[in-house]
Design a protein around this ligand. Structure first.
Ligand code: AMP
Length: 376
């Protein structure tokens, strides 16, 4: 799929400046394909994952279409988690830097209503929220969407997985009939097909293959290890490559706990992220990691979904993920659009069959490498 220059995409001067300031050189494939039809107001289904630049793909045209003479909410972006809503809000705020009149507001469960009510009263052109809280505001009448132009469902498949089907249907039912509906989803299971059929009109379909995602910017290697020496090998690789900032994936919460303990005992700054932790604890860890007060984040797949942290040097697969999709999700944390990264996978015993499946799915070249010796 072709990459275009942002200057070829019919954007306003202020948007071109904002994009340039963010350090984007060319539009990513998903951006090149989606921005033109979205600017025209067409409905769209986009199949692509985090790391493809999808936020800007839907964010840029949505911002460009805002009428600043009105204070009404014109764009609603639904996200599965508070974490993702905050990331999207952050990216949108950067993209609106050239348009000081445009206001965005994240609205998610867990945050006090007061702050959100104040923001909504002031007028937010773009609301980025989680389904439950958005529906709350709609039902209470504290958020009005009669002038809505565009609704965007980000990571729609995950929202359904998390049990938001009813909320999403209820929200979409409240939208003005004349509107643009945009749905981004990594996969298109039956539930997503139903949403597409019910709520979009003649959508443009755009699909970015997983293999195009992982493409050459990520250097992918694997090491064959003995199960019992995984920790040893991990530490040796970290030291050998002098890694200062990475994510280490484990299959289970118990392994996460275990590994953090071992790494800490050996003097590495490590902390954990898994599903048993409260949202508050997770946010605390994420903040420390973003500020680089932690060198290594040890996580399970579920906990790390939607994470967007910049400059990750290496993603380690301490255990192999179950399928290719999880693998792509994991290694997508490094080498985000524009920069390079590395993914290191430790393979013990029969895990080698899993690795073969993953290679088949992703069509990626994962090179086998030799473990550096202690002397090296
Ligand atoms: P996303 O897929 O939206 O999660 O984006 C992944 C990352 O790529 C984010 O950190 C973006 O800021 C960055 N990004 C988005 N578009 C571009 C681009 N055209 N060039 C370079 N980086 C980009």
């Amino acid at each position: 799929m072709d990459k275009k220059l942002f200057s070829e995409l019919n954007l306003s001067e202020s948007m071109l400046k904002a994009v340039q300031k963010m350090g984007f050189e060319a539009a990513t494939p998903i951006q090149s394909e989606s921005i033109p039809p979205l600017l025209e107001g067409k409905d769209m289904v986009g199949q692509s994952q985090t790391g493809s630049g999808k936020t800007a793909a839907f964010g840029i045209p949505a911002i460009e279409r805002i009428d600043q003479d009105s204070k009404a909410t014109q764009v609603l972006i639904l996200c599965p988690t508070r974490e993702l809503a905050l990331q999207v809000a952050d990216e949108i705020s950067k993209l609106t830097r050239g348009k000081p009149g445009v206001r965005e507001l994240p609205v998610y469960g867990g945050q006090s209503y007061d702050r959100q009510l104040r923001g909504l009263k002031k007028g937010a052109h773009i609301v980025i929220g989680t389904p439950g809280r958005v529906l709350d505001h709609l039902e209470k009448g504290t958020m009005k969407l009669d002038e809505l132009k565009t609704i965007i469902l980000d990571e729609a498949d995950r929202m359904l997985d998390m049990g938001f089907t009813e909320e999403i249907n209820a929200i979409l039912d409240k939208m003005p009939a004349e509107r643009q509906t945009v749905l981004f989803s990594a996969t298109v299971p039956a539930g997503i097909k139903r949403l597409i059929k019910k709520f979009t009109q003649d959508p443009v379909w755009i699909k970015i293959e997983a293999s195009e995602l992982t493409a050459p910017e990520i250097d992918q290697v694997w090491y064959e290890v003995d199960r019992r020496s995984k920790l040893e090998v991990l530490c040796r690789l970290i030291d050998f490559e002098d890694v200062r900032y990475g994510i280490i994936f484990c299959a289970t919460k118990m392994m996460v706990d275990d590994l953090v303990e071992h790494l800490s005992a050996r003097g590495y700054l490590a902390d954990k992220l898994h599903g048993d932790m409260s949202q508050q604890m997770r946010e605390r860890v994420m903040n420390r990691f973003r500020k680089k007060n932690i060198e290594f984040l040890v996580a399970t797949d579920v906990a790390a979904r939607g994470l967007d942290v910049k400059d990750i040097e290496v993603v380690f697969n301490y255990d192999l993920p179950d399928d290719g999709e999880d693998y792509v999700h994991r290694i997508g944390r490094t080498g985000r659009a524009g920069s390079s990264g590395k993914a290191v996978t430790l393979v013990a015993g029969r895990e080698v069959y899993k690795l073969q499946n993953i290679m088949r799915f992703t069509k990626a070249k994962i090179k086998r490498a030799n473990i550096p010796s202690v002397d090296q």
